[in-house]
Design a protein around this ligand. Structure first.
Ligand code: GDP
Length: 296
């Protein structure tokens, strides 16, 4: 991922060798490389433009101090701005409410919602020592309910049993009662996904949102979808009060631009990243670490 940015930047460092400071002229070529690399990584154009303008503003006229070469100084500014683009600080999951803290999972089919629900249950059990209940409101695909039940068994999370013919709202209300009675701290609610956004799906999600009053509504999106991922996230953010994003499949050969565009386009921070298919493959998203990974 982002191999281009890494290799282009090392080229940039070479071109700036011997310069005493970063100037408008000497960083022009370098910024062109950064711009190309970001576009190749499928970062949205308005994001790229604003990013380049900010890097330029910060870099030009900067005295190169101490042991830093101008190239390294520029990479430093790029790093800083990458972190800022992804929200600066790590956006923590919010669980501060009267239990059960409800986490509603939304997203298109295949994005990794069910898998991420299981991974998140494991993460919350291990990292936050929470008692977690997994609930599936995906009544369109019985296989999805079974998949979640299996994940519950594998992680040791609780699972809310669904009766045939139950509707999502009925399941949600029943699960909420169940979680209260069994003292679950957190209840993760998986929902139905479609191949494309449709109004019926949004309406169902809105109804679940109203009924469950989740402390977190996380949009799960596949990083491999690049700019489409970001556009879908925007549509969901406009229709639902999202609190954050889980970006999955960052381990794939995704060009990864979605990681850089999501916050800027949707206003919602990435809270977790899916980095492997297996149950341990979910990480809290750290803008700083991601920037370091991007810069190689
Ligand atoms: P859903 O339809 O949104 O519930 O999607 P699923 O959870 O069923 O996931 C779809 C596919 O993506 C499955 O084969 C998962 O194993 C895979 N998947 C989900 N997250 C990741 C990830 O972070 N990395 C990789 N490599 N595969 C993932």
């Amino acid at each position: 991922m982002f191999d281009n940015l890494t290799s282009r930047l090392s080229g940039v460092i070479k071109t700036l060798r011997g310069e005493a400071r970063l100037t408008e002229t000497n960083i022009q070529e370098a910024l062109r490389e950064v711009r190309m690399a970001l576009l190749e990584a499928d970062v949205a154009l308005p994001v790229v433009k604003e990013f380049i303008a900010r890097v330029k503003e910060k870099a030009v006229g900067q005295e190169v101090i101490g042991s830093l070469s101008p190239g390294q100084a520029l990479v430093g500014v790029v790093h800083q701005e990458l972190v800022a683009l992804m929200g600066g600080e790590k956006a923590d999951i919010n669980l501060s409410t009267v239990p059960p803290a409800v986490i509603l999972m939304a997203g298109l089919q295949g994005a990794g919602k069910t898998t991420s629900s299981g991974k998140l249950a494991k993460w919350l059990m291990e990292q936050k020592k929470k008692k977690v209940l997994l609930v599936s409101c995906d009544t369109y695909r019985p296989a999805a309910i079974q998949q979640l039940e299996l994940l519950a068994r594998q992680t040791g999370a609780g699972f809310f049993p669904v009766q045939a013919g139950q509707q999502p709202k009925e399941i949600a209300a029943g699960a909420l009662n169940f979680a209260r009675r069994h003292f679950h701290d957190v209840m993760i609610v998986d929902t139905a996904g479609r191949l494309a956004i449709d109004e019926a799906m949004m309406e169902e999600l809105r109804e679940l949102e109203t009924l469950l009053n989740p402390i977190e509504t996380l949009f799960v999106v596949d990083a491999m979808q690049g700019q489409d991922a970001v556009n879908t996230a925007k549509a969901f953010a406009d229709a639902l009060p999202l609190t954050g994003v889980i970006l999955t499949k960052l381990d794939g050969d995704a060009r990864g631009g979605a990681a850089l565009s999501v916050l800027h386009v949707t206003g919602k921070p990435i809270k977790f990243a899916g980095v492997a298919e297996k149950l341990t493959g979910l990480e809290a998203f750290h803008p700083d670490r991601m920037a370091s990974r991007i810069l190689g």
